[in-house]
Design a protein around this ligand. Sequence first.
Ligand code: CP
Length: 312
Amino acid sequence: MKHLLSAADLDRDQAIMILDTAAELASLTDRSVKKLPTLRGRTVVNLFFEDSTRTRISFEVAAKRLSADVINFAAKGSSVSKGESLKDTALTLEAMGADAVVIRHNLSGAPHRLATAGWIGGSVVNAGDGTHEHPTQALLDAFTMRKHLRNGSGDLDGVRVGIVGDVLHSRVARSNVLLLRTLGAHVTLVAPPTLLPLGVETWPCDVSYDIDSVLPRLDAIMMLRVQGERMHDAYFPSALEYSRLYGLDSARMARLPEHAVILHPGPMNRGMEISADVADSPRSLMVEQVANGVSVRMAVLYLLLGGMKEND
Ligand code: CP
């Protein structure tokens, strides 16, 4: 496998290999010297056309922990603002010898274009494209759930996950549905009808408009950010009504089974999709998700650049 563009690129064995590798690499964090020489001499370019805190920094930390050289490229402040195209940007990076390009772009499909157009020879990793996919987020979410919920039979088989909120604009939701299904989990999407994408009935999951009926049977709940910056219409009457009908507050948290965990990909809108007391509760795993993101992204870079074979 050369690129990671979609959670659907991974069969079950490959997904588990990444998660198992991440678990091994996670032990590095406890050491005083947190570096491996594995990618010495290789160059990883972080090509970010859209804002990011967690993903960009964790890819940088991951590549550096594997001893790769890292080039951070942000569209703001680059020649993209003078009108330079994705193609010319890619050719420039290729000329500088990129072995892997980690790309975030506001346009769905940009990573696929970069991987297939022949502009670069290295691996392409999708770090979030438009409203389409964010496969490494899904991997770190699965890694986190696996640590807390893994059942005796091996993985997330039969685990029940609710993904709640702005599914329409969420690349995290799509990648999670695809990966969790591959890993045997059962996903229910919960959202108002206006925040569900066309064709959602073909996704491998259930759909509900009623969070309260879903809560008592979940092992994990993932709250999605309401993506105001992608909304050019009124999708709900007011923030107050949205949070009353779909937000996770302490009353709703109390209706979850005792063992159930709470995830959010970040950044959070506190007081909107999640109340501050829930976000700060010991059941919320957001900070751990960020830490796990480094291990998972190390595993992805290690396996792609080290050569993960098809069906390996
Ligand atoms: N979850 C996530 O992608 O966060 P950033 O936008 O901060 O990278």
